[in-house]
Each structure stands twice: as C-alpha cells, then as structure tokens.
Design a binder for this molecule. Structure first.
Ligand code: HEM
Length: 359
C-alpha cells in the first residue's frame, strides 16, 4: 500500500492537542468564563515545555552516569549545548507569566471555584524537574504537603513516580561524582607526597595565603569558612548553626574541583566544564525567578486566600521560593575567588596533562 504523504496536522497530532481544551465554565449549567480558555492553554503550554526540559535533563544525566567522561568529548559539548537550551526555555517560561497577567483577579474569580481542589502544585512534571535537578524531599518547604495523596495532593501513581525519581541519583549528585573524579590535585602532578585532602597541598597552601591576603579586616572570618567549605576543618569558635549554613550539598572534594574550574575557566580545556557549572547556576536562578514571578502573580490574583490546592497559598509559595535552591553552593563559590592576576601558576606536568601551555 502506498504511504500517504506526511501532513503537517497529522505529523504533529494536532487533532489531539487542539482538542484538549475543555473549559469547565463552558459546560451546560455554568456561566462561561472567557479567560478560562487562556488559563488552560497557558498551563498546557507550560507542560509541553516541561516535557522538553525533562528530555534534556534525561540526556544530561545519561552522560554523567557514565563512569568516565572525556572533558574534550562530544558528550560534554552536547550537555553544554542542551543545558543552554533549558536556559532559553526557562527564560521563555518566565516571560509567559506576562500573558497570564492580562487576566484580572475578577476574571479569575469567575471560574476559580470550579477548579478546586486541583492546582499547579499537582504538576508532576514540575516536581520531576525539581527532583532531577537535585531538590530532595527533606529540603522541601512544608514537605508534608508533597506526601498528600488526598484532595489537593497527587494521585497514587504520580506520587510513586515522583518518589522513585527522588530516590534515584539526581543531577546534583552526578555532578558531584564527576567533580570528585577530576585529577587536578593528584600527587603525580605536584611535588607532594600525601593526599590532596590536606590543606598542606602546595596548591591550596599557596591559594589560601593569597585568599587571606586579599580579605579586608571585616572579611577575615571568611578564612574559617574557606577551611570548612573546602577541607571540613572547623575552629572552636564556629557554632553549629554557622556550620550548618556553610554545609554544602557537594562533598569538599567536589567543591575543591569546582573552585579550581571557576578559577582557571579562561583556559580552553576548562571551558566545557565551566560552562556546565555556570548553566546549572543559571538554571537555579531562572527557576527561582519563575517562582518569584508566579508568587507575585498569585498575590495579585488571590491575595492572601488559600490556594485551590489547599496550601496556605502565597505563604507556601514564598517559603518554597526561599528554600528551593539546588546549586547555591556553586554560585557561592564567588566568595572564595581571588584576582585573576594572582592565580598560582600551575606545574608543567599538570598543564601538560590538561593539554594546554600555561604561561
Ligand atoms: C491564576 C493563575 C494562578 C494562580 C492563582 C496560581 C496559584 C497557585 C497557588 C496558590 C499555589 C500553591 C498551591 C495551592 O495551594 O494551590 C500554586 C502552586 C503552583 N503553581 Fe500556580 N497559579 C496560577 C498559575 C499557574 C501556572 C500558569 C502554572 C504553570 C504551570 C502554575 C504552576 C504552579 C506550580 C508548579 C506550583 C507549585 C509551586 C511550588 O511548589 O514551588 N501556576 N499556584
């Protein structure tokens, strides 16, 4: 049988997509609310983009699941490229809030009660994005909300899928493993016998001294933070709360490698690694920007009323905004940078291994 030529509408399955908007207020017996169509379409558009983000994150995680990755490989370059794509999508999703803002609070009230108890809170794909990026249940604001499978919570199958993703290795943990494998401080490249974990390693000894010399009097306590963040050594005058604030979701070994990449980012060999770390920081920022835009929109739309999903509404969203960062330890590395011109010169054996000529 002859195959029929490809047709735009059937290739895209538009018959399904464009036949998926059913405003409840348009049903018999209800007062049609014009803006409910926009409300449905905007959520559907978000969900489609969430699907694409998950597709890119799955690719990225697949690469980092490999036991070893060549820094100059195609894989790493594709990860870099696809994470940039996630960034562009998130920028678009932030813009999209402006379209919803054309709906007034009274327009929303016209159909709001018909939605209860459903809510964007139940977006499984949004939860999967957060979980894959590395947001863990224990670090979630009001974590008991997430365990609800009654009204306003998830269906059992959705809850199980989210749970399963949360208990699998996430991107943050995979990045941690990748950073831990970086061989920058191996004894073979330095005139130094013992392990790299000590602050006495020639690179860190020199770096710490330069960092210290660059601190102002008020900033001197940052040296203790440096010792804790990169070497897990704490002085007696640091209290448990301070230590808790400094505690990173990355291991100290991974943090040392990340700082090293940040410092020597201008060398071509570090470009892919640096841009991947930078993309993760940017994704974290854009997720947070979205949470903020959504919060402001919600405040304007429903004030201090509870959400249709039965959380405290704006109060809950504000808590999530403040807490749901995954890569703040990477953005926080700026605390420990030094001026470029003061960067320690790297030993020749290391630069040879890394494949560039440092001057
Ligand atoms: C009139 C517009 C909107 C209002 C009034 C609104 C309101 C709310 C409220 C009050 C919550 C907290 C949970 C609850 O109790 O319901 C929430 C959560 C959420 N909404 Fe919306 N929302 C709106 C539009 C959107 C859109 C367009 C999206 C796009 C997907 C969305 C996605 C989400 C997500 C993902 C959450 C969970 C956020 C988190 O846990 O950090 N919402 N929303």
């Amino acid at each position: 049988m002859e195959k029929s030529p490809m047709y735009y509408g059937s290739y895209l399955h538009l018959e399904k997509i464009l036949d998926s908007q059913y405003p409840v207020s348009f049903e018999t017996g209800n007062e049609p609310a014009h803006d409910e169509m926009l409300f449905i379409i905007i959520h559907q558009a978000y969900e489609l983009w969430f699907k694409q983000i998950l597709f890119e994150l799955d690719y990225t995680m697949g690469v980092f699941q490999k036991e070893s990755i060549n820094d100059n490989s195609e894989d790493l370059n594709l990860v870099r490229h696809r994470l940039r794509r996630v960034i562009k999508i998130l920028e678009l999703l932030n813009q999209q809030v402006n379209v919803l803002d054309t709906m007034t609070p009274m327009d929303f009230l016209a159909f709001r009660n018909l939605l209860t108890p459903s809510s964007g809170f139940q977006s499984k794909q949004f939860r999967l994005i957060e979980a894959k990026l590395g947001l863990q249940i224990d670090n979630r604001h009001q974590k008991e909300y997430y365990k609800r499978t009654n009204e306003g919570g998830f269906t059992q199958p959705d809850y199980q899928d989210i749970n399963q993703t949360e208990s699998s290795k996430n991107l943050q943990q995979l990045i941690n493993d990748w950073l831990e494998r970086m061989p920058f401080f191996d004894a073979a490249y330095w005139d130094f016998e013992t392990s790299e974990t000590t602050i006495e390693h020639p690179f860190w000894k020199q770096y710490r001294a330069i960092y210290k010399a660059g601190l102002s009097e008020r900033e001197i306590p940052k040296l203790q933070d440096f010792d804790y963040v990169f070497f897990e050594t704490s002085s007696k005058d640091m209290n448990p709360e301070e230590l808790n604030l400094l505690k990173s979701s990355f291991s100290v070994k991974a943090m040392r490698a990340a700082l090293f990449i940040m410092l020597y980012r201008d060398f071509p060999v570090f470009q892919s690694s640096y841009q991947i770390l930078d993309s993760l920081i940017e994704i974290d920022h854009l997720m947070s920007n979205w949470r903020h835009k959504h919060l402001i929109m919600v405040r304007r739309m429903i004030g201090m009323r509870v959400g249709t999903g039965n959380t405290s509404g704006a109060g809950y969203l504000e808590g999530a905004l403040n807490k749901h960062y995954v890569y703040k330890d990477l953005s926080g590395l700026s605390t420990y940078l030094i001026e470029r011109r003061k960067l320690p010169k790297l030993p020749e054996s290391l630069t040879r291994f890394l494949g560039f000529n440092a001057q």
